[in-house]
Every structure is written in structure tokens, then in C-alpha cells.
Design a binder for this molecule. Structure first.
Ligand code: IPE
Ligand code: IPE
Ligand code: MG
Length: 245
């Protein structure tokens, strides 16, 4: 079925605008990041409630290290505290938590917390929350290319066997597949190196709402716009309408 009348199975979100939200209130940017964690909590709960199977959120990009050291440090603190606080409840609610990105850049302590959150929730099936941390779409593609090269050198794959599906299963999202709906808050209309490969045929939704303002109601609105779209994948509208009858 190509018309997007169904609920999107996989939603990806660029949670942007925390800093500007705080600045508007004359508060430090970190205050915005704190509010961002609260907004995420509500969106995860709501996504579970309405039956979204996969939620992938951009929490920290491979480029965000270039921010002032103080902001980076506060973000790392916030990630640690959020993991301490939220994982128990996520687990109780059947949420499997995964992290995508190059985790080796994080402190050993944070890596440990991330590992333990993933292990603890590994068997949950209600919903998957993929947290993109130190993630970059180009890193992801290069990483998959490296894995394929290693497999080729080890004689496990021949160059002629390399196709889109062999490549895609080595990407960070692996079997979680491509997002159906990509939401970016904060008003910017760019990908900022998020899921480059995976969003080839994803539906985009941009909103000027800053991330801390993005509510369950706003998510419902984005989904309702998504459901009114026709996903054509290169076919004609007529072909699509024939398929769906
Ligand atoms: C997104 O909000 C959160 C992270 C990148 C960690 P920003 O911090 O980018 O907020 P703005 O875009 O400066 O308002
Ligand atoms: C994208 O937001 C990354 C996250 C939301 C984590 P940025 O604020 O880093 O993106 P740019 O710099 O405006 O493109
Ligand atoms: Mg930003």
C-alpha cells in the first residue's frame, strides 16, 4: 500500500530549537535542553500510545562537538541523568532503547550507562526508541562501507554481491528500516547530516515550533498531514491509486 493512509511505522525526529526556546525566555541554553528531555518523554509516551513501532530521535550530532565546551559538558551530564531517570520506566512500558552513532567518543561512564540501557531493554517489543548520539549520516554510510570492505577482505562477500540491501543492513538502523515520516522542529529546513541513506523516500514535515514546544497534539497533526500524502516512489499517481483499490 503506497498511499500513506496508515500510521507511520517509523518516525524520525530532529529535535531542534532548544537553545532558541531558552534564549526567548532569557535563560541559559541548557535550560532549553532540559525542557527538551521533558518534551521527548511526552513524545515517546504518546508514540507508544498511538502505536508507532519505531521512533528515531536526533539527540547529538557528530558536528555538535564543535559547540562551546561548556554546552557540550552540560549535554553529556544531561544524557547521564536522563538515562538514570528514564530507563526504568521505558523498560516497564515495553520500550526497547537503542543508540545509533559512534559511541566510542563518549566517556567510559556514559558508554556504560548506554550499554546497560540497551541490554536492560533488549527484549522489549512494544516499541523501539533509537537515540542518535554522536551520529552523522555520512559517518553511518562510511561505517557500512568499511564493514562491507572487511567482509570482502575476509572472503565473506564478493564485490558483485554488494547491493542496496547488503549495504542497508550494515547501517546503524539495520533491521529497523527507513523512516516513513521525518519531522524537524525549530524552523530550519535541512537534514543536518541525519539519516541520509535511510530517508531516500521518507516524507518530510517541518515545523517552526521549537522542540520544547512540540506536543503530542503537534505530533498528531504531523501524522495527519503524513496520512493525507500520496507516496509514489517514482510511479504515477494513477498507478498508485490502482494499487490501493
Ligand atoms: C537541538 O537544539 C539540541 C541539540 C543539538 C543538542 P539546539 O541546541 O540546536 O537549539 P537551537 O537550534 O540553537 O535553538
Ligand atoms: C541538528 O541540530 C542536530 C540535533 C538536533 C541533535 P543542529 O542545531 O545541530 O543543526 P544545524 O547546525 O542548525 O544544522
Ligand atoms: Mg539547532
Amino acid at each position: 500500500m503506497t498511499i500513506a493512509s496508515d500510521l507511520p511505522a517509523h518516525v524520525a525526529i530532529v529535535m531542534d530549537g532548544n537553545g532558541r526556546w531558552a534564549e526567548k525566555k532569557n535563560r541559559p541554553r541548557t535550560f532549553g535542553h532540559q525542557a527538551g528531555v521533558k518534551a521527548l518523554r511526552k513524545i515517546v509516551e504518546h508514540s507508544g500510545r498511538i502505536g508507532i513501532r519505531n521512533l528515531t530521535v536526533f539527540a547529538f550530532s557528530s558536528e555538535n562537538w564543535k559547540r562551546p565546551q561548556k554546552e557540550v559538558n552540560r549535554l553529556m551530564d544531561l544524557f547521564m541523568r536522563a538515562l538514570d531517570r528514564e530507563v526504568k520506566e521505558l523498560n516497564e512500558n515495553g520500550v526497547q532503547v537503542k543508540f545509533i552513532g559512534d559511541l566510542t567518543a563518549f566517556s567510559p561512564e556514559l558508554q556504560k550507562k548506554i550499554e546497560s540501557a540497551m541490554l536492560r531493554t533488549a527484549n522489549n517489543e512494544r516499541m523501539t526508541l533509537n537515540v542518535a548520539a554522536n551520529y552523522g549520516g555520512r559517518w553511518d554510510i562510511v561505517n557500512a562501507a568499511r564493514k562491507i570492505a572487511e567482509a570482502a577482505v575476509a572472503g565473506k562477500i564478493k564485490p558483485e554481491q554488494i547491493d542496496e540491501s547488503e549495504f542497508a543492513r550494515r547501517l546503524a538502523l539495520g533491521e529497523n528500516g527507513d523512516p516513513d515520516l521525518f519531522i524537524r522542529t525549530g524552523g530550519e529546513m535541512r537534514i543536518s547530516n541525519f539519516l541520509l541513506w535511510d530517508s531516500a523516500y521518507t516524507e518530510f514535515f517541518f515545523t517552526p515550533l521549537l522542540w520544547p514546544e512540540f506536543s503530542p497534539k503537534a505530533l498528531d497533526e504531523a501524522i495527519s498531514i503524513y496520512r493525507s500524502r500520496e507516496r509514489r516512489y517514482g510511479l504515477t499517481g494513477e498507478q498508485i491509486r490502482q494499487q490501493s483499490t
